[in-house]
Design a protein around this ligand. Sequence first.
Ligand code: DNO
Length: 359
Amino acid sequence: MMNMTLRWYGPGYDSVSLSQIRQIPGVSGVITTLYGTSPGEAWETDDIRGLKKTVEDAGLTIEGIESVNVSDAIKTAGPDRDLHIENYIKTLDRLGSEGIRVICYNFMPVFDWTRSELARVRPDGATVLAYNQDVIDKLDPDHMKESIESMSNGFVMPGWEPERLDSLKELFALYQDIDENTLFDNLVYFLKAIGPVCEKHDIRMAIHPDDPAWPIFGLPRIVTGLASYQRLLRAVDKPYNSITLCTGSLGTNPDNDIPAIIRYAGDRIAFAHVRNLKYNTPRDFEEAAHLSSDGSMDMYEIMKALYDVKFDGPIRPDHGRMIWGEDAMPGYGLYDRALGTQYLLGLMEAIEKAHKREG
Ligand code: DNO
């Protein structure tokens, strides 16, 4: 049985409280993270325990960490790579000792997910994150900080932290000689090095796909669809090397057949992010409500494929629309994500019951 969760950014970082999450029917856990360390540094046991206690005192559980970020030194095989991997191993060992089994991470160079707008108005008045390739092509990395800060509603968004935006030039320089094959080799090196600690604690490393699922700003991308999973899952063919099936990120490329990817990856899916998008033109899409009819994806087929492969990890709705006057981090308000959980749980109940009846 999959396990419905909500992403929660932690006290002081999220406009949504644990007590609100606790009242969403069918949601018993959160996916969260710790702040205060940079990628490459180890997390302290006391901090992990503190976070766990906060969540458990609210009647919830931590179902996974999103993310333990991988440093640029690891991604680029820089001088600090082995030191940072050693620290990553310490973090995994400490998280594993506290019972955490699912770790989401990504291997995207410089930027985490990318959008060109954070509040596009849809016909019903909701605002959503959107992407237009022409706008991205015109963005000047030198002025990205100003553009992002003016869009983000005063919240710090994951992957777009002010300190990263301050050092974009240096970051781009680090990736100057990194092509897809080198980046892939660096990922495999990292995965092999952390294997023993993952196996010790039964931790599943769930790599998040690149978003959007094609190269941007001339930077390489290696987790974009079925072919990347075929390459990656075989390169380190162990259960700990698994994936975060993110329908929104994979779905940025309409050629990605998501149910087929789910059926291929099967039990190597450790975590699922399920949301919908609406395609306007091949160069423009916007995020939609989770409901199939509001966007371009067939959410029933996606949930059915997850059921068929017996997916039993944490699942969460993803970026929500901003509705009902809520003031929150773009994509991460309470209302629309709560609606998303109910829709996904409804699909699940129907799929399960239909399956049982058919025997
Ligand atoms: C965006 C998220 C990503 C994701 C990371 C995982 O909303 O899907 O920021 O958490 O890429 O490391």
